[in-house]
Design a protein around this ligand. Structure first.
Ligand SMILES: O=C(O)CCC(=O)C1=CC=C[C@@H](O)[C@@H]1C(=O)O
Ligand SMILES: [Mg+2]
Length: 324
């Protein structure tokens, strides 16, 4: 006997969360619950404002239609579905089949979008490989360069991930690089999307010797995973990509091309984030995922995130907007 439910959630965010140019006050999304006999599984559908093409209302509408098909037929074709819907439904179906291993990789790369001093504390407490992610491109490029250089200088085994989200012109990117001493540049594991175009980013990598990674570019029309000089990684944000199968395919293509695949969050609730940690442990076992986004919330949902003290709302407290 199959049945399904769709819950609506809204979670308050920490006051300082800015997405591109918009403040994110609340995170809005949907939780999918699938039942088959005694088995229950969940998935999260949460388009990210400023990043997803679809909004929460559109995704909720499509999720209902596709869930109704699933209840009726026991399968559903997710080709052409909105990425957030395709991800949430495919994840729930995978979990229902027992296809998502339980073990998760909760050792995330600490994310710093505010005071760099906070990061020093987090890194000192970090066991094993020291990896951290710093947002750049929000203030002066010169300041970003000085901060990166200072971190690498003071924590010698640091593997720094930087993310400019395509904010720099070639000139700004050069100003950044100028302040990172040549002997420190290899401490930058990669810089995600330095420039406004992939071509400018590739030229930046060639000129500076700083490795780069694709994130936005992975979602560009016609993108193909390939080895290119200076490119060392692709960042995979499943909520923005689509089905779990498509994400697995990207991971496999990255590995075949000699690139690192990094699973990264699109600010899912703790429920979705836990599934991403399990997905990362399964598909990219030796890579620290980019999932340090629980700190951006004021509340957790359903499954708590290990070590997180924020209050947890249970699914029972949410409104069921649809069931069949
Ligand atoms: O990748 C990570 O380490 C954490 C996730 C992260 O940085 C982001 C998630 C979602 C939107 C953005 O603010 C940001 C990014 O630009 O990649
Ligand atoms: Mg980014």
């Amino acid at each position: 006997m199959r049945s399904a439910k769709l819950y609506q959630y809204q979670l308050p965010m920490d006051s300082g969360v800015i997405l591109r140019d918009q403040r994110l006050v609340n995170r809005d999304g949907w939780i999918v619950e699938l039942h088959n006999g005694a088995r229950v599984a969940y998935g999260e559908v949460a388009p990210l404002p400023e990043f997803s093409q679809e909004n929460a209302a559109e995704a909720g509408e499509q999720a209902q239609q596709l869930l109704a098909q699933w209840v009726e037929h026991g399968h559903v074709d997710l080709t052409g579905a909105m990425p957030s819907v395709a991800f949430g439904l495919s994840m729930a179906m995978l979990e229902l089949e027992g296809g998502l291993p339980e073990a998760g990789n909760y050792q995330v790369a600490p994310l710093c979008s505010g005071d760099p001093d906070d990061l020093v504390v987090a890194l000192n407490e970090m066991p094993g490989e020291k990896v951290a992610k710093i947002k750049v491109g929000m203030y002066e490029a010169v300041r970003d360069g000085m901060v990166a250089d200072m971190f690498i200088e003071s924590i010698p085994d640091l593997r720094l991930r930087l993310d400019a989200n395509r904010r720099w012109t070639p000139l700004k990117a050069q100003q950044f690089a100028k302040y990172v001493k040549p002997q420190h540049r290899s401490g930058i594991a990669f810089l995600e999307e330095p420039c406004q175009t992939p071509a400018d980013s590739l030229a930046f990598a060639a000129e500076t010797g700083i490795n780069i990674a694709w994130d936005e570019t992975v979602r560009d029309e016609g993108f193909e995973v390939k080895a290119e000089p200076g490119v060392v990684a692709i960042v995979i944000k499943p909520t923005l990509i689509g089905t779990v199968e498509r994400c697995v395919e990207l991971v496999e293509q990255a590995h075949a091309a000699g690139l690192t695949a990094v699973i990264s969050s699109s600010m899912e609730s703790s429920l979705g984030l836990n599934q991403l940690a399990r997905f990362a442990a399964w598909q990219t076992p030796n890579v620290i995922p980019g999932l340090d986004t629980m700190q951006l919330f004021k509340m957790q949902l359903g499954t708590p995130w290990p070590g997180c003290d924020l209050p947890v709302t249970s699914l029972d407290a949410l409104t069921v907007v649809w069931q069949q």
